[in-house]
Design a protein around this ligand. Structure first.
Ligand code: UDP
Length: 244
């Protein structure tokens, strides 16, 4: 992987949002045996990969990993090699839908509960009329349904497979079926379909600008506190590792 900065063993792309979009656009224009696997990684994923070799392998084999979270940007600053900006799954998805609306790209949406998936897809249909919907499937399926879902994605051969199964569930799912998914680009988008469907609100822009999106999410969904306990641990570890 070129143009990378390692943070705790995870090779992050040093590209800006626009450069990332150029790279993905080029991947979407190429025929390939496996999808271009993009991961938007936050500190939680980096921490999980530390003591989970299977996740470490998924991360190492990804085609691009972008910094999703202010913690990653801070860690890059401590290393004296600041990453230019956050490249989040939600923003990438919206920008790719805009480009896709001009290029008539096709998208398959996998994940979120049935009502949310349906609402998100219908919102996308009306907002980006030239985007082709290759298919959709909610994210609450049984393991025995997976062969059918994989076969459906394969037959649909979408330009983009968007996976909203939570992190790192989405990354594991894409990795597991990589060789069978006939998609050009695949990536996990966390709770983005919930936001598009209006089920969950994203932090107001001012909170985002102040890099306090994590705090907004914590206040909006206090049940996340346990997951966020890992953030100070990440900060300490990233600081200790800054010269590595
Ligand atoms: N989800 C799903 N199937 C599951 C678990 C979760 O489709 O078995 C969906 C959930 O409905 C939500 C998304 O995955 O749309 C996870 O959102 P979250 O904000 O938790 O994302 P994360 O912070 O894990 O990236």
């Amino acid at each position: 992987m070129s143009k990378t900065l390692h943070i705790m063993g995870v090779p992050f792309s040093t590209r800006t949002m626009n450069e990332t979009l150029e790279e993905i656009t080029s991947a979407a224009g190429q025929q390939q045996s496996k999808p271009f696997h993009l991961i938007t990684a936050n500190p939680e994923i980096v921490m999980k990969a530390q003591d989970d070799p299977s996740l470490q392998q998924i991360v190492n084999e990804a085609d691009m990993i972008t910094p999703d979270g202010i913690g990653i940007i801070l860690a890059s600053r401590w290393k004296g090699a600041p990453l230019p900006e956050r490249v989040t799954g939600y923003e990438l998805l919206l920008r790719l839908l805009e480009i896709g609306d001009r290029k008539s790209w096709s998208f398959y949406f996998l994940g979120a509960d049935e009502a949310t998936n349906e609402k998100a897809v219908s919102t996308i249909r009306s907002k980006y009329p030239n985007v082709r919907i290759a298919g959709r499937q909610n994210g609450f399926f049984r393991p025995e349904d997976e062969p059918r879902i994989v076969a459906e994605v394969k037959a649909a051969a979408p330009d983009f497979l968007i996976v909203a199964l939570g992190a790192p569930g989405a990354e594991r799912w894409i990795y597991k079926y990589k060789a069978e998914l006939n998609a050009k680009v695949a990536f996990g988008v966390g709770g983005s379909l919930d936001v598009i469907a209006g089920k969950v609100k994203r932090a107001p822009v001012i909170w985002q600008r102040l890099n306090l999106e994590w705090l907004y999410r914590l206040l909006a969904q206090p049940s996340r506190w346990r997951r966020q306990l890992v953030l100070p641990v990440f900060a300490v570890k990233a600081f200790m590792d800054r010269s590595k």
